[in-house]
Ligand binder design. Structure first.
Ligand SMILES: [Fe+2]
Length: 241
């Protein structure tokens, strides 16, 4: 089988399904241009669910929710960049749920349509309705996600961890960290966030990033120890791996 090249288009679709303790985590890759990973996280017993980072492809995301019989209570954001929030408005409207983001990223969320147009000439609706996420834990039926603050890529960056999995957004991606050259980005803070995140995750934790394929915290820690002084940065708004 020949390999796909970067230039070939990749349509949105379900890429992986993991069962993690009581949770089912479904990866929906949202297609070109940003190939962002959205996660539908459902408590299998109660079918209660949240959606993390619906960046685009609302039709695929909503079809996944419907196919699983998931009862979504809210949308969560790892951060406020446009490629992670592009489908918030239609998803929240269709499911009649709010979207929660850390207060420090609320400004980026409001600016997301401007950035989407600037980077890709793409029109997205302003994410709404928005609420502030300040809790340490998000309940999903009888299960929960731990909220881990990871500022640096953006001021209000968050990772969500539970049952051997961690959704890392654009803080930590396969052999890359996120860019820090956009408003609110701060490289030393991101470096500290990666240090802190990898210090609390067990080596077998599967890292589910905002773009690209998954890896483990053990793999990430080995890589980080080699590149920490000058880590490769993913320019996810131009080219997604
Ligand atoms: Fe980002």
């Amino acid at each position: 089988m020949r390999e796909l090249t970067q230039a070939e288009s990749r349509p949105a679709g379900v890429e992986r399904v993991h069962d993690a303790g009581p949770l089912r985590i479904t990866t929906v890759m949202t297609g070109d241009p940003w190939r962002e990973n959205c996660y539908v996280v459902m408590d299998r017993a109660s079918r209660s669910a949240v959606i993390v980072d619906p960046g685009a492809a609302e039709g695929v995301i909503l079809a996944t929710v419907e196919a699983q019989g998931a009862r979504v209570s809210k949308v969560l954001l790892t951060h406020g960049h446009h490629d992670h929030v592009g489908a918030v408005a239609p998803v929240c409207h269709a499911l009649n749920v709010p979207c929660a983001v850390h207060p420090a990223d609320m400004r980026l969320v409001r600016q997301a349509p401007l950035w989407a147009f600037r980077f890709a000439g793409k029109l997205i609706d302003t994410p709404s309705p928005m609420v502030e996420l300040t809790d340490d834990v998000v309940r999903i039926g009888g299960a929960s996600l731990n909220v881990i603050r990871v500022p640096g890529h953006t001021p209000g960056g968050i990772a969500f961890a539970s049952n051997g999995f961690c959704m890392t957004g654009d803080t930590l991606l396969l052999e890359h960290i996120g860019r820090t050259d956009l408003p609110g980005g701060h490289a030393p803070t991101l470096q500290q966030s990666v240090d802190a995140l990898l210090s609390v995750l067990s080596a077998d934790t599967i890292l589910l990033a905002g773009h690209g394929r998954e890896w483990t915290a053990g793999e990430a820690l080995g890589w980080w120890s080699r590149v920490r002084a000058a880590p490769p940065v993913l320019d996810e708004h131009q080219t997604a791996s």
